[in-house]
Write a protein that binds this ligand. Structure first.
Ligand code: NHR
Ligand code: GAR
Length: 201
């Protein structure tokens, strides 16, 4: 179909959010009801477990390895240029970051502004950046969670589309908290994407 809304998913690791999104696409009939499909899953790490998961689902997978650009004068821009070309070959209506761990340049973000979502494992605006679960425990937070937001050029900022809250338990470890948050991510991210798809022209 010519006007299919293509979704491109960026991953770096386990790919459990990608899997939740792919399952929702089938279960909720995004192709039939929203004219939307996952056109490709792209990883910046060749060893990402999510790549195999994606391939097992029959999804189109690609790798753009950021370490291959290390010797360039401007490695981040060089990587982003190739990543952008790889993504744009799919003419995406929506770009979804799902555990993508590589910071993107402002030029890249501007190119996709208004059609790029991220899930961040904290209750934004608290704990932008990395090691969010360790930091929430160390700060004595009683609650933690995850946030789906539109991306802007400011790291881990942008309009919030969905949040989920989980308790921080006594003697929690960062891993235990991360696992608790992740189960909620799998619920809110597909839902937020579906709502966002419905809002697209
Ligand atoms: N890029 C821009 N420009 N803006 C954002 O808001 C972004 C982004 C790229 C990724 C996801 C983000 C998160 O949800 C994300 C948001 C990676 C880092 C990071 O420091 C920070 C935030 C996020 C993702 N990455 C290191 C880097 O130097 C590498 C860390 C690693 O490989 O383990 O790129 O949390
Ligand atoms: C998720 O918890 C996601 O929120 C987080 O990484 C995990 C990826 O899991 N994202 C970040 O930390 C971004 N910096 P997954 O690969 O199994 O979806």
């Amino acid at each position: 179909m010519t006007c299919m809304k293509n979704i491109v998913v960026l991953i770096s690791g386990g790919g459990s959010n990608m899997l939740a999104i792919a399952r929702a696409a089938v279960r909720r009939q995004w192709a039939e009801k929203l004219n939307a499909r996952i056109a490709a899953v792209i990883s910046n790490r060749p060893d990402a477990r999510g790549l195999q998961l994606s391939a097992d689902l029959g999804l189109n997978t690609q790798v753009v390895d950021h370490t291959a650009f290390a010797d360039r004068a401007d490695p981040r821009t060089a990587f982003d240029d190739v990543l952008r070309q790889t993504i744009d070959a799919h003419e995406p209506a929506l770009l979804v970051l799902a555990g993508f761990m590589h910071i993107l340049t402002p030029g890249f973000v501007v190119h996709y502004e208004g059609r790029m979502l991220n899930i961040h494992p904290s209750l934004l605006p608290a704990f932008t950046g990395l090691h969010t679960h360790r930091r929430a425990i160390d700060a004595g937070c009683h609650f933690a969670g995850a946030t789906v937001h539109q991306m802007t050029t400011e790291l881990d900022h942008g309009p919030i589309l969905a949040q989920a809250v989980v308790p921080v338990l006594p003697d929690d470890t960062a891993d235990a908290l991360a696992a608790r948050v992740l189960t909620q991510e799998h619920l809110i991210y597909p839902q937020a994407i579906e709502t966002f798809l419905k809002s697209l022209p």
